[in-house]
Design a protein around this ligand. Structure first.
Ligand code: C5P
Length: 232
């Protein structure tokens, strides 16, 4: 898989999701299914969107003991998703277990990406709530290195971190970056944003785009604009 735009299907029902996808006649964008839609509709929504021909990033951010994550990942792999994720805070051993569980009998598996520190966590909450005293940038890079050590394919990170993650973990270590906005668009609740063109420039491998596409007057045109800036 190469550079691509992933649309975040942040909807709370199958009806809204399929009505949104129906607008993309003849196109099969890579899509992200997160907790909201998965918990609303269950695994059947993954099967249905997959059967329509879309690649799927299943964004459930697993974090539990290694054996439980390994077995849960085996189930997700059976759903034939293309990419999924977990929290690097679950330790290297948990990430290794996840990879084992994800690997299918024929040796293939979905891409596995780690969340380092959530972008909603800042230095203050990390120090006060988690008792982690190091600078947050160092913690993010340490978790990214752990993910690479465990054999994962990459991390979810801010587009602003994509360059340094590649420098430290190698250019083939994937950076999947949300927080993307058009230069003339609303930033909403995202704090540190980048345009699709800037994300391409800094070396993001995949951009995850939600509201700039899902809330656009013309979602197909907004998607095509992202592709034109980021991929073409
Ligand atoms: O609407 P918007 O473009 O902000 O959506 C971004 C998507 O990426 C959402 O599904 C959000 O949950 C996800 N995400 C994020 N920041 C992270 C990890 C995931 O915005 N650090």
């Amino acid at each position: 898989m190469g550079k691509d735009v992933i649309i975040a299907l942040d909807f709370d029902s199958k009806a809204k999701t399929l009505a949104f996808l129906d607008q993309f006649t003849g196109k099969k964008p890579f899509v992200k299914i997160g907790m909201e839609l998965f918990y609303a509709e269950g695994p059947s929504i993954v099967r249905e969107v997959k059967a329509r021909g879309h690649k799927i990033f299943l964004d459930l951010k697993l974090h539990d003991i290694p054996n439980t994550v390994k077995k849960a990942m085996a189930v997700l792999s059976g759903l034939d998703v293309d990419m999924t994720n977990l929290h690097a805070a679950g330790t290297v051993r948990m990430m290794q277990g996840a990879l084992e569980g994800l690997t299918r009998p024929d040796g293939t598996r979905p891409l596995l990406i780690a969340v380092t520190q959530l972008t909603s966590t800042d230095q203050e909450s990390m120090e006060n709530d988690l008792l982690i005293k190091e600078p947050i940038a160092d913690v993010v890079m340490h978790y990214a290195s752990n993910a690479a050590k465990a054999g994962l394919d990459g991390v979810v990170c801010s587009p602003l971190e994509a360059g340094v993650v590649h420098d430290k973990c190698g250019k083939n270590f994937l950076t999947v970056t949300p927080g993307v906005r058009f230069a003339d668009g609303d930033i909403g609740d995202q704090k540190r944003v980048m345009t699709p063109a800037a994300a391409k420039e800094i070396g993001s491998d995949y951009i995850v785009v939600g509201r700039p596409i899902t809330a656009a007057a013309d979602p197909v045109a907004a998607y095509e604009r992202c592709v034109a800036e980021f991929v073409d």
